[in-house]
Design a protein around this ligand. Structure first.
Ligand code: ADP
Ligand code: MG
Length: 463
């Protein structure tokens, strides 16, 4: 099915063709016509299924109908949880909108606010923003929403995970009541549905992925190893398989640094990406990884979240994630949009419980492949039989509506406080911050900025 048959204009169909997409992904095929009709849409599809184009293409087409943005006004607002995602969405808006006379502006924290103030002065047909910086800008009268036609919450499940609900509510209160609303998420949890109920009006619901399933094009296996052997094993795997681009997940920032250093010592081009790295270091690491000069990128979960690295062939879980759902997100980095990928987990005996959580969540036993040189001294127990997943009952039936949609691994997990990662605090940003623990293993991973494109983006025709 060609893109044009969804009702997209020539300009957009051309831009999509230039990106090399042959046909719409399932989420795109379902969401695009509904958005073009002006309906509110609530869409869930797993990571890597093309949600960005799913809302960006019809959004741009709808915006072509109205008057161009006035000074310090936004006509469409796309909220994303992290700076990386904001930058990526903005890039997509620019790429798909290259043949259209629409401006886009992207704003996020951790970088100087002045260029953003300037960019907004000329108005934004599309404003892509992280919540904290948007509120700062609003507070400085840099943006007003009286002309707002369309709101997109991208990666809505992440936003809630990261504790943005209060900021989102504050922002919603600033928007005109009459507008089109789009909510995109990897999953529909009970919380997402709660949010959607207050936000969307008679939404078209699109759910194209079985909940918590992992991408089918990703082959998954595990190597049972001792904890102490893991760095050596990674190094060996990279060399033996001649992996040119591998994303490696560690549980802590410290662990990411140590592993990257070890790989470097072994002659493998490696870089770590996590919240303690300076913005420049993060940008360089990511750029190097994309252009092939960095062979191994070692990342913590939050740092890696949402990074769109095209057709990443190889993901390694150096540590298993503390929260089983993160396993699904991690391996969603590979095999994106139908490309083949391989996910390998190094699992030691101490991680057996985490492994069981993952296997129960994805309802699959990971294939075990012993490495002859690295037989563990502490053997990994046999996997437990798979129990069918039950939707967890909400803890407080009174405050929850109890629609039974809660994601199994963390139904009771409530963000206690918003992580402070989106506040503007200059470029150095290594100030101490209070520890806020909500998930095990996450406390050292508050996100810090990385940016390339802040400020104004502009379609060529307009200049
Ligand atoms: P999601 O937001 O669902 O995680 P993205 O929007 O980031 O996914 O898209 C993932 C990748 O798939 C991107 O590299 C994007 O360019 C690519 N992609 C999107 N739509 C298509 C399509 N119709 N055909 C081929 N590739 C696509
Ligand atoms: Mg996305």
């Amino acid at each position: 099915m060609p893109f044009a048959s969804l009702g997209l204009s020539q300009e957009l169909a051309h831009a999509v063709a230039e990106k090399g997409y042959q046909s719409p992904s399932p989420i795109q095929a379902q969401a695009i016509p509904a958005i073009l009709e002006g309906r509110d849409v609530m869409a869930a599809a797993q990571t890597g299924t093309g949600k960005t184009a799913g809302f960006t293409l019809p959004m741009l087409q709808n915006l072509m109908q109205g008057r161009r943005a006035r000074s310090n006004r936004a006509r469409a607002l796309v909220l994303t949880p992290t700076r990386e995602l904001a930058a990526q969405v903005a890039e997509s808006v620019e790429a798909y909108g290259k043949n259209l006379p629409l401006n886009s502006v992207v704003v996020f924290g951790g970088v100087s606010i002045n260029p953003q103030l300037q960019a907004l002065r000329r108005g934004a047909d599309v404003l892509v923003a992280t919540p904290g910086r948007l509120l700062d800008l609003y507070g400085q009268n840099a943006v007003r929403f009286d002309d707002l036609e369309l709101l997109v919450l991208d990666e809505a499940d992440r936003m809630l995970d990261m504790g943005f609900i209060r900021d989102i509510r504050k922002i919603l209160a600033l928007l005109p009541a009459k507008r089109q609303n789009l909510l995109f998420s990897a999953t529909f949890s009970g919380e997402i549905r709660d949010l959607a109920r207050g936000l969307l009006s008679q939404p078209v619901e699109v759910d194209v992925s079985p909940r918590n399933s992992t991408a089918r094009t990703v082959s998954q296996r595990l190597h049972p190893v001792d904890k102490s052997a893991k760095p050596k094993v990674v190094s060996r795997l990279i060399r033996d398989n001649n992996w040119q681009q591998v994303l490696i997940f560690t549980r802590t920032k410290h662990g990411a640094n140590r592993l990257a250093q070890k790989l470097e010592r072994d002659g493998i081009q490696a870089a770590a990406i996590h919240g303690n790295k300076s913005q420049g270091a993060r940008t360089r690491a990511l750029a190097g990884f994309k252009d092939g000069s960095v062979q191994a990128l070692v990342a913590t979960d939050i740092a890696a979240r949402g990074l769109d690295i095209q057709q990443l062939p190889q993901v390694v879980n150096f540590d298993l994630p503390q929260v089983a759902e993160d396993y699904v997100h991690r391996i969603g980095r590979t095999g994106r949009a139908g490309a083949e990928g391989q996910a390998i987990s190094l699992v030691c005996e101490e991680e057996f419980k985490l492994l069981n959580d993952i296997e129960q969540l994805i309802q699959t036993h990971l294939e075990r492949v012993p490495l002859s040189d690295f037989e563990p001294k502490l053997p990994l127990p046999d996997s437990k039989p798979l129990r069918p997943l039950k939707a967890k009952k909400p803890k407080k039936p009174k405050s929850r509506s109890g629609d039974g949609q809660s994601a199994p691994a963390k139904a009771a997990d409530k963000p206690q406080a918003r992580r402070d990662h989106d506040k503007s605090h200059g470029e150095g940003h290594n100030r101490p911050k209070p520890q806020r623990r909500r998930r095990p293993g996450r406390s050292d991973q508050a996100e810090r900025g990385q940016s390339s494109g802040q400020g104004r983006r502009r379609a060529p025709q307009r200049g």
